[in-house]
Ligand binder design. Structure first.
Ligand SMILES: NC(=O)c1ccc[n+]([C@@H]2O[C@H](COP(=O)([O-])OP(=O)(O)OC[C@H]3O[C@@H](n4cnc5c(N)ncnc54)[C@H](O)[C@@H]3O)[C@@H](O)[C@H]2O)c1
Length: 378
């Protein structure tokens, strides 16, 4: 695994847990973790459960006892690490968004296609697909329970940079992150909505906004928290992105991604309206799925809350008895479960690099659509 901070910790938890919960055809062994600071990566290895720590990711790729490279670094290094790993015959799990640009994502897809021909697998870490309620939403829509999908409404709202004194961390720098709220959290709802509906976005128009254009430079940073220094620098990404879209199955959709939604910490909400019913998911209540079944007798219609903890619900047969709820980190355990099973059985894990490139193309289209803004006549 490369990178050991936020996602590094989430992935480590999942790698540690996955074989203890799921019966799989292969076992994960946590061979080595990479970070650039020798003392810090050694401490992280001990804390997170990795046998060894190294300071250059190339060392991981050169080793014969490593089969999988898990990329948990910011977007500016995804392409270089993933392509080198695939060329060395390592299976790759890469965090989202796949890359910082469409060109990088295309190069990663080319490397993945070449590697696939040699039995080497790759996938991108859109973990929210693996929340059981989201998986159930996908299954119900695929089974036709709400009929043709008309509307998709998705928001992903955070508020961690509303303070203008919050410093210029890597997520606010285009060369490190590619984009702001758009690529960081907007990418999640693009993937999630396309996954649950089985439809792909074919066109968009939207806007992006950067409310705070200068911020103090970082004096000490780890992950999402950082302390501010004296000098300031330019914010080169969006703080918020809003767009509308058409999907290839005839649905229309609205999306909102913001880091300025005061009071909203990690509010990912999706509603899908179909001709025969609707489904709604709220990450803050991730064990639940709301279902409105319009095929029921009129007198009995109404929103029902499905507690998604039954053994027959996706992934849950391996966990606890019904009603014993799960949390955020389980989505990563499920991601590793599906990845290990695919690699061990010679199948392609999902979402593929091709799927993730398509998300990147949507991000790119949203950013470009800003240029065709129509001003109201005076
Ligand atoms: N799936 C999700 O829900 C989710 C959530 C957060 C972040 N992410 C994604 O995960 C990735 C990492 O984000 P994060 O929040 O963990 O960031 P972070 O800042 O918490 O951690 C990044 C880690 O990468 C390390 N790193 C950076 N460049 C490196 C290099 N060249 N070699 C070795 N290590 C290097 C840093 O030292 C740090 O350990 C990003 O692509 C981000 O978009 C996904």
């Amino acid at each position: 695994m490369v990178g050991y901070a936020f996602m590094g910790a989430a992935h480590s938890q999942a790698w540690r847990t996955v074989n203890r919960v799921f019966d799989l055809p292969a076992r994960a062994s946590m061979v080595a973790v990479c970070g650039r600071d020798e003392a810090k990566v050694a401490a992280a290895a001990a804390r997170l459960g990795w046998a060894e720590a190294v300071t250059d990711w190339r060392e991981l790729i050169a080793r014969d006892d490593i089969d999988v490279i898990d990329v948990c670094t910011p977007g500016d290094s995804h392409a270089e690490i993933a392509i080198a790993a695939l060329e060395a015959g390592k299976h790759v799990l890469c965090e989202k968004p796949l890359a910082n640009t469409v060109d990088e994502a295309r190069a990663m897809v080319a490397a993945a296609a070449k590697a696939r021909a040699a039995g080497v697998r790759s996938a991108c870490g859109f973990n929210y697909r693996r929340v059981p309620a989201v998986s159930l939403m996908h299954n119900l829509i695929a089974a036709g329970r709400i009929g043709a999908v008309r509307h998709v409404r998705a928001v992903y709202l955070q508020d961690w940079i509303t303070d203008p004194q919050f410093p210029l961390v890597w997520r606010l720098q285009k060369e490190k992150a590619g984009s702001g709220a758009l690529g960081d959290i907007g990418a999640h709802i693009i993937d999630l909505t396309q996954f649950v509906t089985g439809q792909r976005i074919t066109g968009v128009t939207g806007l992006t906004e950067t409310f705070i254009k200068e911020r103090p430079l970082v004096s000490d940073s780890s992950g999402l928290s950082a302390s501010a220094g004296q000098a300031t620098g330019e914010v080169t990404v969006d703080d918020a992105a809003l767009f509308i879209a058409r999907l290839d199955g005839g649905a229309v959709a609205t999306y909102e991604a913001s880091r300025f939604a005061t009071g909203r910490k990690n509010a990912l909400r999706v509603e899908v309206n179909g001709e025969n019913g609707s489904l709604a998911f709220d990450l803050e209540r991730l064990n639940e799925l709301e279902f409105y079944d319009a095929t029921r007798p009129t007198a009995e219609q109404g929103w029902s809350r499905i507690l998604v903890t039954e053994g027959e619900h996706p992934y849950l047969g391996a966990w606890w008895p019904p009603g014993h709820i799960i949390g955020y980190e389980h989505s990563f355990t499920h991601e590793m479960r599906d990845f290990i099973e695919a690699v061990a059985t010679g199948a392609d894990p999902t979402p593929s690099f091709e799927d993730a490139l398509q998300v990147q193309l949507v991000l790119d289209a949203v950013a470009r659509s800003d240029a065709s803004w129509v001003s109201v006549a005076t």
